[in-house]
Design a protein around this ligand. Structure first.
Ligand code: SF4
Length: 358
């Protein structure tokens, strides 16, 4: 069969879907309805869930520090996660990424997975790999985790360790790759690409390394947040993004803008991903620090549908708003978000002119 006849799915994507049909039928069932949901203007978001901000590292680019609130602020409990999972399932959402902080530091990680309910979601966990040895990887697989997204900044151990401010972290991350593979967990590398790195030999060597291991690389473009706040020199431009598209033909490398599973959505904020803070705020993307609403105050579906009604998120945008779109960065990020306590309420960022009028 041609890709056309398979709804645009590549043979690898078809095989993955087929596996899911037997292994997680509820997830498969929901994914089958994605096309229909998109046509109705509904989100098919991956839930990027920042359950806790505890971490064993203090990385340079980390922007989580700014999201932390004083002790005593209402934050997710395990029963809250159960309720969130129930509402998201009802909305037909099928993917969940546990993030932090460092998820493998969470004392109640197993309870968290149970509350999410792995039978309802394709479940990924971010990690810096520090705690991911063979035993841990086997355990994660046994409780229903599907995939590991491992942060690796460079093949150069010294650079990685400096960036992470954690000596030995590169060696631990490399160990984590083999541990995940040995346990039968899917794994991808997550790496940040700056203007300075995108065309470097080191980046090609990095992709060759991933290819040698038989795993994919998820690239996030550097954003002017965290330690890089205000740093426009690190931002990629359209030509760098075109170059990345060329690399996608040779390597298993992808960004948020890479079409997958027959869907070319452009920027995936809200329509294919949203972020949930520890305190219940729903943000359109982990790097756009505005709150579309708070889960503890409103049903999730109302908040997500509000996000889909903002033109940047409901319409097709063929670039990364927060890493490349100079208009969004200048008019919205710099003027309405930077320097304020985050996440900034959506009403302070978007006006009536930014809404989709039906
Ligand atoms: S703004 Fe950029 S990082 Fe955020 S969802 Fe869109 S493409 Fe991804």
């Amino acid at each position: 069969m041609t890709e056309e006849k398979n709804g645009g799915l590549t043979p690898e994507e078809q095989a993955a879907r087929g596996g899911l049909k037997n292994y997680k039928p509820r997830v498969y069932e929901k994914i089958q309805k994605f096309d229909e949901k998109l046509k109705k203007g509904e989100s098919i978001a991956i839930i990027q869930f920042q359950y806790d901000y505890t971490c064993n590292f203090h990385c340079h680019h980390c922007c989580i520090t700014r999201l932390r609130r004083p002790a005593g602020t209402r934050c997710f409990t395990i029963p809250d996660v159960k309720e969130f999972s129930r509402q998201a399932d009802e909305m037909g959402l099928a993917h969940w990424v546990i993030t932090g902080g460092e998820p493998l530091c969470f004392r109640d990680f197993d309870k968290l997975v149970e509350a999410i309910d792995p039978s309802k979601y394709y479940l990924t966990s971010d990690t810096n790999g520090w705690f991911l040895d063979d035993a841990k990887a086997k355990h994660l697989k046994s409780i229903g985790l599907d995939k590991i997204q491992l942060s690796l900044d460079s093949l150069n151990a010294k650079e990685h360790d400096e960036f992470r401010r954690a000596p030995g972290s590169h060696a631990r991350a490399v160990r984590a790759i083999d541990a995940a593979l040995n346990a039968g967990l899917k794994i991808i590398l997550a790496t940040v690409v700056t203007k300075q790195r995108v065309r470097s030999d080191e980046f090609i060597e990095f992709l060759e390394f991933a290819k040698g291991k038989g795993i994919g690389t998820f690239v996030t473009y550097a954003k002017p947040v965290g330690d890089w706040e205000g740093r426009t020199d690190i931002l990629v431009d359209r030509s760098d993004m075109d170059y990345m598209r060329q690399l996608e033909k040779k390597y298993n490398v992808f960004t948020h803008l890479t079409p997958a599973y027959g869907l070319d959505l452009g920027c995936i904020a809200v329509k294919r991903m949203f972020s949930v803070t520890k305190y219940g705020d729903i943000m359109p993307c982990p790097y756009i620090h505005t709150s579309l609403g708070n889960f503890f105050k409103e049903p999730l579906k109302d908040i997500v549908s509000r996000g889909m009604n903002i033109k940047f998120f409901g319409n097709h945008v063929d670039t990364c708003l927060i890493a490349e779109d100079r208009h969004f960065l200048g008019e919205y990020e710099a003027k309405r978000i930077t320097g304020k306590p985050v996440p900034v309420p959506y009403k302070e960022v978007f006006g009536p002119e930014d809404m989709i009028t039906k």
